[in-house]
Ligand binder design. Structure first.
Ligand SMILES: C[S@@+](CC[C@H](N)C(=O)[O-])C[C@H]1O[C@@H](n2cnc3c(N)ncnc32)[C@H](O)[C@@H]1O
Ligand SMILES: [Zn+2]
Length: 313
């Protein structure tokens, strides 16, 4: 974690008054904290920084329980005695561990995302069949288009490996990418370092309990995530940190398949809902191709709706 962003991070304990966190660093590399804690002086919550990734989850041992294989590696690879001791003490609280988060290392979707959004090989079979009319990076590139007129500080919700965050960083002064998947955030940070980008940071956080102060973001973007979470909680969480007249961009195929009873949306329903939550919708429904390669013989193909809305108040 780039150390200077600590001033932008707030406690996510819901029973604490959201206060700014302070940094205790045990292992550093240039201006980055590799191992340490973000601590709240008010409620004494401690959020670990593991392999450079800040994990700002309200309940760390529950987070670790759901990705027990990654948790094992965090313990094995931690260098400082303080982080090792913290992880061990959290480990004692874990009952019924699982490792089936679909976006963590070793899962099929993680591997598909690693196949670069920035283009498949020129001989890719499906794209060749379609005369390369579909570009895997098209929806991400749309975020850097001049017509959106983006500026200020941005938030990219469910950023995965950062493809959309990198595009946003071309227009914004600073952008935060957040995701629940530790593996995605670790990979996004590697790509950020390879690009030598300095106006972004990636954090593990829950979109429905964000670690930022109110009215902090001029732009909030969420691509292909609304079937993953409770939309009412998501929009309340966004409203807690978006500026007056800030811009919200939702890009989604409304693909509600294994949604475990979550509220379902289509292009009309989502626009109505956003209006109720204080947004002015700027555009009509669109059908933009989005493709993810699962393996050499299978792809997921969607038409996504690119929705742009301004916060009225
Ligand atoms: C379908 S993927 C979309 C990834 C990326 N936005 C894109 O379009 O390429 C959904 C992402 O949302 C993340 N996610 C799911 N629930 C989340 C939550 N409550 N908070 C933050 N991220 C979440 C997943 O880990 C995953 O990376
Ligand atoms: Zn606190």
């Amino acid at each position: 974690m780039i150390e200077k962003i600590v001033t932008d991070l707030y406690c996510v304990n819901k029973s604490c008054k959201k206060i700014r966190l302070s940094l205790e660093s045990f292992l550093e590399l240039k201006d980055e904290c590799i191992e340490g804690f973000l601590s709240c002086e008010n409620c004494t919550s401690k959020y670990p920084i593991i392999q450079g990734v800040p994990v700002l989850m309200e309940n760390f041992h529950e987070y670790a329980r759901q990705r027990i294989l990654s948790f094992g590696k965090w313990i094995v690879n931690s260098k400082s005695p303080q982080l090792k001791a913290f992880l061990r003490s959290e480990g004692v609280k874990i009952g019924n561990p699982t490792y089936n988060d679909r976006y963590e290392e070793n899962s099929i979707l993680y591997k598909s995302y690693l196949k670069d959004h920035y283009g498949y090989p020129s001989n890719d079979k499906l794209l060749s069949l379609l005369n390369k009319e579909i570009k895997p990076d098209h929806i991400y590139k749309m975020l850097a288009s001049n017509s959106l007129n983006l500026n200020g500080i941005g938030l990219d919700i469910g950023c995965s490996i950062g493809s959309s965050t990198f595009e946003l960083s071309k227009k914004l002064s600073y952008v935060f990418g957040i995701d629940l998947s530790f593996s995605f955030i670790l990979e996004a940070r590697k790509r950020m370092q390879n690009r030598k980008s300095r106006n972004m940071e990636f954090i593990v956080a829950d979109a429905t309990n964000l670690p930022f102060r109110s009215k902090f973001f001029q732009i909030v973007v969420a691509l292909n995530v609304i079937d993953r979470m409770d939309f009412n909680k998501l929009i309340l969480s966004i409203n807690s940190c978006i500026k007056k007249y800030g811009k919200l961009i939702l890009v989604d195929p409304y693909h509600f398949v294994d949604n475990n009873g979550k509220e379902e949306f289509d292009s009309v329903k989502i626009r109505n809902k956003l209006e109720k939550f204080g947004y002015k919708i700027k555009n009509k429904e669109s059908y933009i191709p989005w493709i993810i390669k699962m393996n050499e013989r299978s792809y997921l193909f969607y038409f996504v709706d690119f929705l742009e809305a301004d916060k009225n108040y």
